[in-house]
Design a protein around this ligand. Structure first.
Ligand code: SF4
Ligand code: SF4
Length: 257
């Protein structure tokens, strides 16, 4: 890497929330800005989308033919490519259209659906180019983005946090909402990174950080069924923000309860 590494933040189909998580870092962002050269970050100001960079952060999913071409060019110009957030890592909410007749939805929403230039599917960045690191979440945790950047700048492999939200609850000594209140919490199958925010406010996790490692989806489905949730409602717990994540899709495809 050069003395002052060049960094870009690119956007595809998304709500911009992960870029905002970046911007909301406040002072640490200013420190980071002194360590790197931010060459492209449209939401923050700098514009140079074709610039060669040491680290490219990518928000959003691939939803158009033009997106496919653009992400290939970004990959060619980037030493490291890191996806940020549920859209970039698992297709996002917009990947719900992969499960149904997306064209029908367009016709129902838009007066002139023929003017919408969109692929039939919304797919993660890794479905199109090699990705060096995936950071999950809706939105991503700014602390994780900074930690990944520091690790890459220091020449070490970033630490992947893929244990479950439940562990974070235990570390925080948060009372379990599934056990104590019978709430259908997705924490037992969801990767941590958020600090178990939702249970700490007394509500169930809805899996915005995507699947954790070695998840036992059948057991959780059975538990939710025991709480009285019908199978369709259980399916919806698994396919929302991370609709294209294979582990959650499997949980639905193989699910019986
Ligand atoms: S509240 Fe949810 S995430 Fe926390 S320990 Fe209970 S099941 Fe796990
Ligand atoms: S507790 Fe679950 S839904 Fe809430 S922020 Fe964390 S991963 Fe997302």
């Amino acid at each position: 890497m050069s003395a002052r590494p060049r960094v870009a933040v690119h956007k595809f189909a998304s709500c911009d929330g992960c870029q905002l998580a970046f911007l909301n870092l406040g002072e640490p962002l200013l420190v980071m800005a002194g360590l790197v050269e931010l060459v492209h970050f449209a939401e923050a100001g700098p514009l140079d989308p074709e610039a060669a960079v040491d680290v490219a952060f990518v928000e959003g999913s691939i939803s158009t033919a033009a997106d496919v071409e653009r992400i290939r060019r970004i990959r060619e110009h980037s030493h490291y490519l890191v996806t940020i957030g549920a859209c970039a890592t698992a297709g996002g909410l917009q990947a719900l259209r992969n499960l149904t007749d997306g064209r029908g939805w367009l016709a129902a929403v838009y007066a002139r659906p023929d003017t919408i230039d969109a692929l039939a599917t919304s797919t993660p960045i890794a479905a199109h180019v090699r990705v060096d690191l995936e950071l999950w979440g809706c939105p991503v945790n700014g602390r994780q983005v900074l930690a990944a950047l520091r690790a890459l700048l220091d020449g070490v492999a970033p630490l992947e946090e893929n244990d479950k939200v439940c562990l974070e609850c235990k570390r925080r000594q948060t009372v379990c909402v599934l056990v104590a209140r019978g709430a259908p919490c997705m924490g037992p199958v969801t990767r941590t990174g958020c600090g178990a925010i939702c249970p700490s406010f007394g509500r169930d996790c809805y899996a915005c950080y995507g699947p954790g490692e070695n998840l036992n989806a059948p057991a959780l489905r059975q538990r939710f069924a025991g709480l009285g949730l019908p199978a369709a409602a259980i399916d919806r717990r698994f396919v929302s923000f991370n609709a294209a994540a294979p582990a959650f899709r499997d949980a639905v495809d193989k699910g019986e309860s």
